[in-house]
Design a protein. Structure first.
Ligand code: GLN
Length: 248
């Protein structure tokens, strides 16, 4: 019997712009092609908390979306922090990346406290950072996507958080000043990359999948994968590599 992996999609109603739901689709598809059985639960405000969570995926959103979810988000802060600390793989894009940090002061001066999983803070400013984003990550190679945010994010120095990548060619990244983009702590990835991110950057999808399988089953195995599934994964990887070659 195929091994189940439980994926939680965090606030897809309010935190899902520029195709971020494509990340959920990509993880689901790749899990199935590796021979696993993906089980996706959407968590929106007021929903029951899933019993088992192997991976958490969160998308971007407008400041208004962030304000809408913030109260409910706080009721789940301890659960999410505990999952992060115990090594659950998580991908948080843009608006959710900001709220996984310590606080986000929006451009209208509203302070939204974050849950502090990522030691970083974000300050909204009038000029938005919009456009294609290309970065290099030591872990994942070239990563490509699209950014659109008012918030400038600053990682806290000296506490073990590192950027996801370095923006040398195209884009603004965390703040348009220090060339950093995104954040890595535990098995959590925060990033400004929309696009969707994962279809074009399968190395990141596979990091999330491998980590989830290792945490739950002690190893990442592909015993249930068919040859046709392996061939389809290779095809998807080739398409993604071509997209990255054009951009990078
Ligand atoms: N509202 C946030 C900002 O503008 C996040 C935007 C986003 O998720 N694209 O900085």
């Amino acid at each position: 019997m195929a091994k189940t992996i439980d994926v939680m999609s965090l606030y897809p109603k309010d935190m899902n712009i520029y195709g971020d739901s494509g990340n959920v689709l990509t993880v689901t598809r790749r899990l199935a092609l590796y021979g696993y059985e993906p089980r996706v639960t959407a968590y929106n405000q007021g929903d029951p908390w899933p019993e088992h969570i192997d991976m958490v995926l969160g998308g971007g959103g407008q400041d208004t979306g962030q304000k809408k979810i913030i109260d409910d988000f706080f009721t789940r802060a301890d659960a999410l922090a505990a999952l992060a600390e115990s090594g659950t793989p998580m991908l948080m894009i843009c608006g959710m990346y900001q709220l996984f940090g310590e606080y986000f002061e929006t451009v209208d001066g509203t302070r939204l406290d974050g849950i502090g999983v990522i030691p970083a803070h974000t300050i909204g400013r009038d000029v938005r950072m919009i456009g294609n984003l290309v970065e290099h990550s030591d872990e994942f190679g070239d990563v490509i996507g699209y950014e659109n945010h008012s918030g400038q994010t600053f990682l806290r120095a000296g506490v073990g958080v590192r950027p996801l990548g370095r923006v040398d060619q195209e884009g603004r990244g965390n703040n348009g000043e220090d060339h950093t983009e995104g954040a890595r702590v535990h098995n959590v990835i925060g990033t400004y990359m929309h696009g969707s991110l994962l279809p074009k950057n399968p190395a990141i999808a596979d990091f999330l999948i491998r980590t989830a399988a290792e945490n739950r089953y002690g190893e990442f195995g592909t015993a249930d994968q068919t040859d046709a599934q392996a061939a389809e994964l290779a095809r998807l990887d080739k398409v993604a590599a071509e997209a990255r070659a054009v951009a990078a």
